[in-house]
Design a protein around this ligand. Sequence first.
Ligand code: FAD
Ligand code: NAP
Ligand code: SF4
Length: 698
Amino acid sequence: MIEAAARRALPKAHRMPAPYPHLLSPLDLGFTTLKNRVLMGSMHTGLEDGRKHFPAMAAFFAERARGGVGLMVTGGFAPNIEGWAKPLAGTLSTSGGAKRHKLVTDAVHAEGGKIALQILHTGRYGYQPFCVAPSRIQSPISPFTPRELSARGIERQIRAFVRCAKLSREAGYDGVEVMGSEGYFINQFLVTHTNHRSDEWGGAYENRMRLAVEIVRRVREAVGADFIIIYRLSMLDLIPDGSSWEEVVLLAKAVADAGATIINTGIGWHEARVPTIATSVPRGAFAWVTQKMRKELRAAGYMLPLITSNRINMPEVAEAILEEGCADMVSMARPLLADADFVNKAAANQRDQINTCIACNQACLDHTFKSQLASCLVNPRAGHETTLLIRAVAKKKRVAVVGAGPAGLATATTLAERGHEVHLFESAAQIGGQFNMAKLIPGKEEFSETLRYFARRITLTGVQLHLGTRVTAAQLLAQKFDEVVLATGVLPRDAKIPGSDGANVLSYVDVLLHGKAVGARVAIVGAGGIGFDVAEFLVTAPGHSPTMNLHEWLTEWGVADPGTVRGGVVRPQPAPAARQVTLLQRKSGKLGKGLGKTTGWIHRAALQMKKVEMIGGVNYERITPQGLFVTYGEKHSEGQLIECDTVVLCTGQEPLRELLEPLRQAGVKTHLIGGADEAGELDAKRAIDQGTRLAAAL
Ligand code: FAD
Ligand code: NAP
Ligand code: SF4
């Protein structure tokens, strides 16, 4: 099964002829029909957690309904306080609450869409003191130890699920999704890892799965036959003592018998040490798991539709998965944050216009984990549909945008879309700025999709692009622009380490952009995002990014066929490192602390697997032909030579804004954005957001 999927690996762009006949065909559920096979999977945006956000949530879903998606699922709503993900998390437990949701369901239905509410009980994952679980076992991702439920307590939770489903119907939803995967409450009953009970809710598997089956059976009884019930089933737990394949299949059949309309795929508990949605996960990496389940169910005569999920971000990927019979529907969540019009564009044969989700998690999941509203790095309007408006201009201006990195691209295309005359100057022969380096990092191949999107958008919006033009202040003044936007980015910081002018010293730009030769033993100075990325680049053999080869990736992270091993996890077997790399920083403490909240652990684990040595708390004394000499501590006393052939400098960046003063002195209205404005803490999320907001206001 895995072998077959590995052969498929990353579906090639344009492999399927548009307009994606499988993806766009309707799905008849008996009592209702979905217009296509796209489910917008549940995403917690934070809009669920406050009454004041309901108008924004209605606009958010209405925009995606207009975009053509077949069925959407809301972010998780708790059925009661015990089920809260965090204090005061969105809850649906009263008729008053249901009335508020009418705003959302009416807005979606007005656009011809369909929407289900996700019932999410987090159990021991709850980041709050009232959390409950089958047994009193704390999870590694919450500081709160759950209260063990009595049998009566379990009954109360089931009733809360049923009440929440009935209220969802009252609120006008087309269905509910019962969240049974990702290690949440229902999942916690299923495995002995978290269920140590000896009553009728623990012990034998028949007892451990009773909660899931009871919830679906009693929800179906309560809501009637003509209401969608999606059951999100953990098909691959990715934890050592997770469910066996026989157990997962037994549960799938039981929830189908109990009244589920559709089974959705869940992959990996939140505490699993295998990445499941990050950008380094191959596209469609887990479709083979749903396919395995689909074969089991069809062989036993179960015909209910199955949804597959995780890292499906372009229509041709989804189409190939459906064509191969892996599933009946695909779930895409973040790709619809990135582009609300995804389905309409696919249907109009405009895949080249899709703003592709690059799976960075930077503005969505990372925000959620910091209790901020979710948005999207490549689409700052996501979650801000009512406030960030791109309106046609009343008075057309001539605007120069200097620099075609992410900041300049977002600014220029948004300005032109609004109706301004825009000239975009770029000194390089191609657009993209630093994204041209990011896309070369193994596991960051998706970044090239953003450049493809902007290249197309430049053409469509009529931006006049001047490549290979290092524009000067004098040239800009001569052309008499109404306004100038400087998006000229950054220069690598000179760390002024004695010996850094030696032949064995390179900058990250030399390594990535200019392809300079790097020796077998490398010391990387600076362990920020770029230092980590350069380390990943240097330990990977050229052309061997595991992200582009599903079989290699599964082997590297220790993912196995769940039919052969419980939970589907085995010992990771990474390919040997292509070089011996030492990564250093001056700060003491763990390296990579400042990386993404939900992805930093993946970068650290990936480098540890390649035996990269990580050293903090160093002083860089000098670079010699033998290597890098460092000392430790304030007194610079103890010293050590890190022997290496090449030293690569990744010591941060400084803004490049040489054009600012001459333009301002000449009285030109000049704006500074992206790295040119502020290089510290700069990332593409800020660059694109700042550019888009400036362009929306000019
Ligand atoms: P830049 O991307 O630096 O673009 C500036 C552009 O201006 C350049 O193309 C330059 O040629 C042009 N220019 C300068 N002067 C002139 C002139 N006078 N005339 C014409 N053109 C000029 N960020 C993330 O958020 N997530 C990541 O995962 C991530 N990974 C990265 C990995 C690597 C290896 C690197 C190098 C960067 C990464 N970044 C990442 C950072 C991100 O790429 C930058 O924050 C972003 O590119 C900054 O955008 P910008 O438009 O301000 O500047
Ligand atoms: P960065 O994150 O600021 O890291 C710079 C590194 O250089 C730090 O390790 C810093 O650590 C060190 N440093 C700074 N000044 C130094 C000096 N004078 N001498 C020696 N070392 C020095 O910057 P970056 O790595 O260049 O990345 C640029 C931006 O791109 C960042 O904002 C980052 O968010 C973004 N980016 C993001 C990702 C991602 O995955 N999200 C990936 C790549 C880049 P010490 O001071 O402790 O030595
Ligand atoms: Fe995708 Fe990144 Fe946008 Fe999240 S922030 S939706 S991962 S592109």
